[in-house]
Design a protein around this ligand. Structure first.
Ligand code: 13P
Length: 252
């Protein structure tokens, strides 16, 4: 069985003072949990704070995006090498909130995914459909297309030791999580798609679920065979809620 992974996505929240309280509480609460992996993806300015508080704990840290180039005249961008300076283990790639607000193309996302992989930072690739797409029944097509660009450019093997997070856009921040069957069916679809090209890569790939995951619905979702953990927005900003989800992952 794949080891569960729970990752907090803080989005654009926090301050030095708030983060210190939140991280200190999370360190204490998660310290006894050793049966799953845990991480937080923080805003860039707080990477150093995350590094200094979280090193030598069981909580890893990472970023929420990277630039698609290694270095150069790209005002406002942050390179993967800069993340390495702060010992990041993860970076989120292609979150729908970025794709919508900053018009990220599948090609850009593929370039960022490879940047992270080549620097040995685990990319957490976000995929998912809108409500209109689900209601039209085209969600598998939409999610397949988001993955296909990477496969077409770089092959399926690049998903070995990577993370995909299925985040239906209609479930993000709405309080309306996908039900376990909806999520499991999509996760299975994603794994089968990659498995058809590279069985070993698909078998090791962690597929997280994201979208209104909370301590109450975590068990029914995380117990599903192809749901390997969660990417948590709102509930990662509260140490009790985050611990609640992490404890569920620990118990499975
Ligand atoms: P919520 O948990 O707040 O719905 O956010 C999910 C998400 O976007 C994780 O990346």
């Amino acid at each position: 069985m794949r080891r569960k992974l729970v990752v907090g996505n803080w989005k654009m929240h926090g301050s030095l003072a708030q983060n210190k309280t939140l991280l200190t509480d999370c360190i204490t609460k998660l310290a006894p949990l050793n049966n799953a992996d845990y991480a937080v993806c923080v805003p860039f300015p707080y990477l150093q704070q995350a590094q200094s508080l979280l090193q030598n704990t069981n909580i890893a840290w990472g970023a929420q995006n990277i630039g698609k180039f290694a270095t150069g005249a790209y005002t406002g961008e942050v390179s993967v090498g800069m993340l390495k300076d702060f010992d990041c283990q993860y970076t989120i790639i292609g979150h729908s909130e970025r794709n919508t607000a900053y018009c990220e193309s599948d090609e850009n996302i593929a370039a960022k995914f490879m940047m992270a992989k080549n620097a040995s930072i685990t990319p957490i690739l976000c995929v998912g459909e809108t409500l209109i797409e689900r209601e039209a029944g085209v969600m598998y097509h939409v999610v397949a297309k988001q993955i296909d660009t990477i496969i077409a450019l770089h092959g399926a093997t690049v998903f070995a030791n990577a993370v995909i997070s299925y985040e239906p856009i209609w479930a993000i921040g709405t309080g309306l999580a996908a039900n376990p069957e909806q999520a499991q069916t999509m996760h299975e679809f994603i794994r089968n798609k990659i498995s058809a090209l590279d069985f070993a890569a698909a078998n090791g790939l962690k597929i997280l679920y994201g979208g209104s995951l909370n301590p109450q619905n975590a068990l029914q979702l995380l117990v599903m065979p192809d749901i390997d953990g969660g990417l948590i927005g709102r509930c990662s900003l509260n140490a009790n809620d985050f611990e609640g989800i992490c404890s569920v992952a620990q118990s499975i």
